[in-house]
Design a protein. Structure first.
Length: 416
């Protein structure tokens, strides 16, 4: 179960109510036309999940391997990494996952050394099939491990890409197992497609429950039961000139990669030139509470009033550790927390920070997960994807393209 609480100081006037109605009608049309396919991935990806599960259970090599390496960057890895980070410490018997993303020689070298070839499945993920970082690292993997993709060793490779992409053609040429990404699902919206579902399923995670959670959120929204999403999108976009920055404070270390996924989703989708030629967007910043309270909070409190803050908290963690009832000389002023759990401490810090920001006029909202389970995470993923689409509609931008990124790719190519 997830609770969504908007505590904005802004008022919802009649003009915004009209925007909400129009936005909802527009996203219904997007769904009907198939503008983006992420809306239905909760159900559409079940077949792929079953195929990946069968591969993990019946293929001799995949069954015995203990490591799944994802070779991908941006939307091809961030969402998968976010889910793995949340559940790896609480899911028994899963395979180790490793992510080869950035062409950083030191990081790449360190990770390659830690991989045992005979026990590793390599998933190369690229929607276009020509992502320069991904294919370059894939080439290094082939050379470093002397991986013969033309022999039975091809069982160590899985390709995840668009149908008929260059990578798809390469994989088909050599009989490499391939999963396709729907053509109308962009990379940053693709975590619930084969991009995330295949490697996570093979690694042993409960992807079915994640998909069920996502499907439940989508169904609830499209049946008009998640009005808070429309309200949040309307308020954030309406007041973007005074508060163009949205800060997430996630009160759990395992949500750090989730905040990075949110940053890419928000930035790449909404930072655009609108239909009138204006540069627009909302800037995302991801932080972890309570760690980053001791730095960035000062800027929010007394710096420019150009931010809104979203708090994500977990009501109950799996483990409970209590602050020891120890009295230390000269440190008596900290004794008020003795005997309380660390969960209660971090929850108290979240609430205190939220109240302090509201007190000085900062607009805040809160997302509360009763626990970090798979269905809740599936719901949370769909929540942010839907919120992104709604904001894009109101901003009058193409939420699903990335011309600025493409320009950089073209310039890079001309440098070599």
């Amino acid at each position: 179960m997830i609770q969504f609480e908007n505590e904005y100081l802004w008022e919802l006037d009649k003009s915004l109510e009209g925007i909400m109605i129009n936005t909802y009608e527009t996203i219904l049309k997007e769904k009907k036309k198939g503008t983006s396919g992420y809306f239905t991935l909760g159900s559409d990806s079940l077949e792929i999940m079953e195929d990946a599960k069968q591969l993990a259970q019946t293929n001799t090599f995949v069954k015995q391997c203990d490591t799944v390496v994802v070779i991908g960057i941006g939307g091809s890895s961030l969402g998968t990494k976010a889910i793995e980070s949340i559940f790896k410490h609480k899911t028994a018997g899963v395979k180790r996952m490793l992510f080869l993303e950035n062409p950083d020689e030191i990081d790449l070298s360190d990770k390659l050394v830690s991989i045992e070839k005979a026990k590793t499945l390599f998933c190369v993920v690229s929607k276009s099939g020509l992502t320069i970082e991904t294919i370059s690292i894939f080439k290094e993997v082939i050379e470093y491990f002397e991986l013969d993709y033309k022999s039975p060793q091809k069982e160590q490779i899985v390709a995840i890409t668009d149908e008929d992409s260059a990578l798809h053609k390469f994989a088909h040429q050599y009989g490499i197992k391939t999963y396709n990404i729907p053509a109308n699902v962009g990379g940053r919206f693709s975590v619930l497609s084969a991009v995330g579902i295949v490697p996570l399923t093979i690694a042993g995670y409960d992807t079915k429950s994640i998909l069920e959670g996502a499907s439940a959120m989508a169904e609830s929204f499209f049946h008009g039961k998640e009005n808070h999403l429309l309200k949040k999108a309307a308020l954030l976009t309406k007041h973007r000139k005074e508060a163009s920055i949205n800060v997430i404070f996630s009160y759990a270390n395992c949500l750090e990669d989730f905040t990075k996924w949110y940053v890419q989703l928000w930035a790449e989708s909404l930072g655009k030139v609108d239909i009138y030629g204006n540069h627009t967007g909302l800037t995302p910043i991801g932080h972890i509470g309570s760690v980053d309270q001791h730095s960035f909070l000062q800027l929010i409190m007394q710096g420019p009033r150009d931010k809104t803050v979203t708090f994500i908290k977990v009501e109950k963690f799996e483990k409970e550790i209590k602050v020891p009832n120890i009295k230390l000389k000269f440190l008596e002023k900290t004794d008020y927390i003795n005997g309380f759990s660390f969960n209660e401490l971090i929850d108290g810090e979240c609430e205190a920070t939220k109240e302090s920001l509201s007190h000085v006029g900062i607009n805040v909202d809160k997302i509360t997960l009763d626990s970090l389970n798979e269905k809740n995470v599936g719901r949370l993923i769909l929540y942010y994807e839907l919120l992104t689409s709604l904001c894009g509609i109101i901003l009058e931008v193409n939420t699903y393209d990335q011309p600025g990124v493409e320009m950089g790719k073209k310039i890079l190519k001309n440098k070599f």
